[in-house]
Design a protein around this ligand. Structure first.
Ligand SMILES: CC(C)(COP(=O)([O-])OP(=O)([O-])OC[C@H]1O[C@@H](n2cnc3c(N)ncnc32)[C@H](O)[C@@H]1OP(=O)([O-])[O-])[C@@H](O)C(=O)NCCC(=O)NCCSC(=O)C[C@@](C)(O)CC(=O)[O-]
Length: 312
């Protein structure tokens, strides 16, 4: 279902399941199932969806149909279709396919950066610059996000200095990224740390500060999103059924569950533009495309409170 005009919303929930979720499972979801699932996400009211990554199929066969998935998703008016690109070659393919937004994984941990994209953080800043130049030349309307991975710690490197995180985000923006957010790749973050880092990020790069991308590995995903909300963050990445995790970050597990995040905000009276009933229903095509894969989520398991209507 297309959205001719987006609902008025207070937060943007950016669904990453078709990319972060599917890269983390062994099975490859058939393309037709992916498309049905994306349609259900749109019908629930999602306005930004990360639908694929443009990476070598030998690394992630789950993403081999990225161009076809993008070509389908962009038919939904009013939905920002995003794809992850690790390098210029991926960006060229994603722009050719017609994405509205590119997201790049730029890790503040040198060890994770080398494991994930075989480049140092500084080399990735140069990749951001090259991709921004390509975007400016051939698709100036396309947004470019540089998400700072391992911003709250890394299973390979351990501590990641906060100064490194903030400096890297500023370098990405200076290199041409429109926004730079913070990612808790391996679920090390706590709310106090989230408040501190997002406050520093916003004071360093102002309106270029991007999304909170939280993983629920230690059960703090929602608490961390709330802490980011307190600091003025208004874009949150999450994944239907809580699937997700970087295959090159040992110990990484699922993202914040979209259904629970929507419930939290709606129950607080913060408008997401997403129907809780329909987002829970969107689990059906996801489950059909990934038989046997466990889906997470406290709200879908428990059900909505009796007579629930979000306060307005
Ligand atoms: C960056 C590379 C490609 C370097 O991999 P490499 O092997 O160093 O690449 P290369 O430049 O040496 O090229 C090797 C071959 O791959 C081809 N190639 C090169 N690039 C591409 C491309 N884009 N698409 C298709 N093919 C490509 C290239 O053309 C060449 O082909 P050949 O000449 O041998 O036939 C690789 O390491 C890679 O793809 N890494 C990405 C891994 C990944 O997807 N990680 C998960 C996403 S990050 C994440 O999950 C974190 C996040 C975002 O969710 C936030 C958080 O929680 O932190």
């Amino acid at each position: 279902m297309a959205h001719d005009a987006p609902n008025p919303t207070d937060v943007l929930i950016s669904e990453v399941g078709p990319r972060d979720g599917l890269q983390s499972v062994k099975a490859t979801m058939p393309t037709a199932d992916k498309l049905r699932w994306i349609d259900a996400l749109v019908a629930a009211g999602l306005r930004e969806i990360e639908v694929a990554s443009f990476v070598p199929a030998r690394l992630l066969p789950q993403m081999a149909d990225a161009a076809e998935v993008v070509a389908h998703a962009v038919r939904h008016a009013g939905v920002t279709v995003m794809a992850l690109v690790p390098n210029l070659r991926g960006a060229e393919a994603a722009l050719r396919a017609g994405v509205h937004k590119l997201t790049m994984p730029v890790s503040a941990s040198r060890a994770h950066s080398l494991a994930n994209v075989r480049k140092t953080p500084e080399d990735m800043v140069e990749e951001v610059r090259a991709i921004a130049q390509l975007r400016d030349a051939i698709a100036p309307g396309v947004k470019l996000e540089a998400g700072i991975s391992t911003a709250f710690g890394c299973t390979l490197q351990g501590l990641v200095p906060e100064d490194d995180v903030i400096r890297l985000a500023a370098m990405c923006v200076a290199a041409g990224a429109d926004e730079s957010g913070l990612s808790d790749t391996v679920g090390y973050a706590n709310p106090a740390q989230v408040r501190r880092l997002f406050r520093r990020l916003r004071s360093e790069i102002g309106s270029h500060a991007g999304a909170a991308h939280m993983h629920n590995t230690r059960g703090l995903g929602l608490a961390n999103c709330l802490a980011a909300w307190d600091e003025g963050v208004r874009t949150f990445d999450s994944s239907l059924g809580g699937l997700g995790g970087c295959p090159y970050a040992p110990g990484a597990s699922g993202n914040v569950v979209t259904e629970d995040l929507v419930f939290m905000f709606e129950a607080m009276g913060v408008r997401t533009g997403i129907s809780l009933e329909n987002i829970i229903a969107a689990r059906t095509p996801l489950a059909a495309g990934l038989p046997g894969e466990p889906l997470y989520g406290m709200t879908p398991d428990a059900g909505l409170p009796k007579g629930f209507t979000p306060p307005r």
